[in-house]
Design a protein around this ligand. Structure first.
Ligand SMILES: [Zn+2]
Length: 123
């Protein structure tokens, strides 16, 4: 459960204390010992009382953990971005993707499982 009696509208930054509803949010977080970690949060949806704002309601965000419309924690998102940039840089340096003599594409290793990366990179 996220604490605090109020939250800022993600569109206009106005504070609101009027809770519209609560719902469960499931976030993928950084793996521990190679195991996927899912965080189950109860988050609130607030009314935005700013008449000039186009949003009537907004979901609260937890600074450093959540971001609008994603199912990944911020630490996971930043880690995946770093891995993606490192792999892209390494791939560029090596002229990847290359084909070996057998016709198979060579791979770049980063120590994370291929299953985990295909689930999370590029989304
Ligand atoms: Zn607003």
């Amino acid at each position: 459960m996220v604490r605090g009696s109020r939250s800022r509208c993600s569109r206009c930054s106005a504070w609101s204390e009027r809770v519209h509803s609560r719902y469960q949010r499931l976030l993928a977080d950084l793996p521990i010992a190679g195991q996927l970690v899912k965080l189950r949060l109860t988050v609130r949806r607030f009314f935005c009382d700013n008449v000039a704002c186009e949003s009537k309601t907004f979901a609260e965000q937890v600074e450093g953990l959540t971001r609008r419309r994603t199912r990944r924690s911020e630490p996971l998102r930043m880690t995946l971005t770093s891995i993606g940039l490192a792999l892209a840089g390494r791939a560029r340096e090596s002229g990847w993707p290359r084909r070996s003599g057998s016709g198979r594409a060579e791979t770049v290793s980063c120590g994370w499982s291929g299953h985990f990366l295909t689930q999370h990179l590029g989304r």
